[in-house]
Design a protein around this ligand. Structure first.
Ligand code: FAD
Ligand code: NAP
Length: 562
């Protein structure tokens, strides 16, 4: 049964995005008998993994965890080749999912959604695309991604550059041949750190333009051995359960210490010792044993600023041990923000790269970047010539994709105006005044603080179950009650207060601090994946507590408008 018996709308559910979230939404909606259509600006499925084709791109959690858990056949059939897979393999996996479940027939590619407007008279969403099409739907789900809008840095002269200029988040499909070329990489976050060693190995010379040094941990890019594959396939039920109940959507930390998953070592227990109580000899011994991994060897590092600074100093010592040139080592040492305030970066041979004769570090804190010129990059100190410039400058995260769609709710209110002082949602799922509009991994949910596939699955299931439930109960609209939304926003802020992620010295994209002019507010919910899921489920059990369920012309729903 479809929602709209008279089929006054084109579909029941329109989904914007065809990454991990959009694909599962299409599958779920179909299973629930809903008419669904997805739109993506990309040329095919994959989202993040369609766009981010830069050399070295791979996931930062084991692929066994960074994969769908909703189909046992799928997880039993699929064989990952590495512990943390590379972008081509993740994209191949998502292509396989699309083929296996025949998802592409409900997806329109190469089409951008420009606007989505709630029509109060009909109670439908009208979605407009850049192809000039208008699609009407009872529900609109934004599966637009938290890291899908590349941040074009405010560097003058980009149009003048006569060589090849690429952003890691819009990397050319045909790749770039660096052989014999002079290359620049601007940015040393996760994307830059993954790119740099690989480009260095190919290029004639690589210049790395660094503004803020990074805390990065070595990742072993291991082949996924038979034993690990078998372990996962035999334990998927338990792995997925632990993921769902965990803080970060990861099971390995929930497995008993000493368990051998075959992933290149035994599962380590959660540390209990306090760094502030350790003797100098103990500190040295742990540094010798763990190198940069020293930062996660103690329980108090994320909780106590003094403990954090001590761990930072040990980290810097570990960097100095790797990098030969003391001046370069010092420039690479992060010093003025705490460990744990940003998403952990992982690397393969990052610091070792700076020992190569054909790699030069440019410290933009000493010599700021002025402009891109026809032939390269100019800083306050020098002019450099390049054949290729790679911008690894990040994303307008979490709200960026929503902000670029003209979303209008009741009385024509624009979402971007409602969120001008920071995003406001109830449970990260909906915003008051925007009935039947849902966000996947929206602000106010654990989202980017987790293994995102677990958070995506939870949202997709909650949203699709809710839509089917409303259909079965004859409810036409759902939206948050304003008070419930206010309380949730306050709760999200309270949980974040005083944490390492919101410390004044932390300038992360979680806070929007990387985008000039963006309101500084901590966007994701730090309450943990498992707790958050419980809250969402309890809300449903209590009859969608905090939501207004009603017909479009109902008075209470209108009062909720802005
Ligand atoms: P996306 O994959 O971003 O898909 C959103 C889609 O929506 C895009 O294809 C986009 O084109 C489309 N879209 C947006 N706006 C519009 C519009 N107006 N009209 C039409 N289409 C639109 N997370 C982890 O948990 N672990 C990792 O290891 C990890 N690695 C990452 C590596 C990189 C390089 C990046 C950038 C992110 C990584 N992430 C990781 C986060 C990653 O974004 C998520 O894990 C996940 O892939 C997001 O899926 P999604 O479907 O929600 O969004
Ligand atoms: P990012 O973490 O925001 O890093 C951007 C880098 O570019 C920073 O070093 C930043 O410096 C620099 N930068 C930005 N604007 C600049 C300018 N105008 N001039 C000079 N430098 C500038 O972005 P990202 O590396 O793309 O990563 C974003 C997120 O995507 C990650 O945190 C992660 O969640 C996800 N990701 C994951 C992986 C993975 O390992 N699986 C890989 C890539 C991305 P400042 O810090 O000084 O601003």
């Amino acid at each position: 049964m479809t929602i709209d018996q008279d089929a006054a709308t084109d579909v029941d559910v329109v989904v914007v995005g065809a990454g991990f979230a959009g694909l599962y939404l299409v599958q779920r909606c179909r299973q629930l008998g809903l008419r669904v259509r997805a739109i993506d600006a990309a040329g095919d499925v994959g989202g993040t993994w369609y766009w981010n084709r830069y050399p070295g791109a791979r996931c930062d959690v084991p692929s066994i965890e960074y994969s769908y858990g909703w189909s046992d056949e799928l997880q039993q059939e699929w064989r990952w080749s590495e512990v943390m897979s590379r972008q081509p393999e993740i994209l191949e996996y998502l292509g396989h999912v699309a083929d296996r479940f025949d998802l592409r027939r409900d997806i329109t590619f190469g089409t951008r959604v420009r606007a989505a407007t709630f029509d109060e008279r009909s109670g439908a969403w009208v979605v407009e695309t850049d192809a000039g099409e208008q699609i009407t739907a009872t529900f609109c789900v934004m599966a637009t991604g938290c890291l899908s809008v590349p941040l074009e840095p405010d560097i003058p002269g980009q149009d003048l550059f006569e060589g090849e200029l690429a952003h890691t988040g819009r990397y050319p499909h045909e790749g770039i041949d660096f052989t014999g070329k002079r290359v620049a990489v601007v940015g040393t976050g996760s994307s830059g750190v993954q790119t740099i060693p690989i480009v260095a190995a190919e290029a004639a010379h690589l210049h790395v333009f660094q503004r803020t040094p990074v805390y990065t941990l070595p990742v072993m890019n291991l082949e996924l051995v038979e034993e690990a594959d078998r372990y996962a396939k035999e334990h998927y039920e338990e792995i997925r359960r632990i993921q769902r109940e965990s803080v970060a959507g990861l099971s390995m930390f929930g497995l008993p210490a000493g368990a051998n998953t075959g992933l290149g070592g035994l599962v380590e227990g959660v540390p209990e010792d306090r760094i502030l109580e350790a003797t100098d000899e103990q500190l040295r011994a742990v540094l010798d044993e763990k190198g940069r991994g020293v930062i996660y060897a103690w329980a108090d590092v994320r909780l106590d600023p003094e403990a954090n600074e001590l761990a930072c100093e040990l980290y810097r010592q570990a960097v100095r041990r790797i990098v030969d040139d003391p001046e370069v080592a010092e420039a690479l040492c992060p010093a003025d923000y705490p460990i744990g305030c940003k998403r952990q970066v992982l690397d393969s041979g990052y610091y070792e790269t700076f020992n190569r004769d054909d790699v030069t570090l440019v410290d933009l804190r000493k010599t700021p970047l002025e402009s891109i010129t026809a032939h390269g990059i100019r800083t306050t100190e020098a002019e450099y010539d390049f054949d290729v410039v790679i911008l690894a400058t990040g994303f307008d995260a979490i709200t960026g994709a929503l902000d670029r769609i003209d979303i209008r709710g009741r009385r024509g209110v624009a979402l971007r105006e409602r969120w001008a002082a920071g995003p406001r949602t109830y449970l990260g799922l909906q915003s008051a005044g925007f009935p039947n509009l849902f966000f996947v991994t929206g602000p106010g949910s654990p989202s980017v603080l987790s293994n995102m596939i677990v958070s995506i699955e939870q949202h997709v299931e909650w949203i699709s179950d809710c839509i089917a439930d409303l259909r079965d109960r004859g409810v036409r609209t759902i939206e948050p009650d304003r008070d419930a939304e206010d309380r949730w926003v306050e709760h999200v802020n309270q949980v974040a207060e005083g944490t390492v992620q919101t410390s004044p010295s932390c300038s992360s994209w979680y806070l929007g601090a990387n985008v000039p002019g963006k309101t500084r507010v901590f966007m994701p919910y730090l309450g943990g994946v498992g707790n958050y899921r419980k809250i969402c489920d309890e809300v449903v059990t209590a009859g969608y507590e905090g939501f207004v369920l009603d017909h479009v012309d109902d008075d209470r729903a209108c009062e909720n408008a802005f």
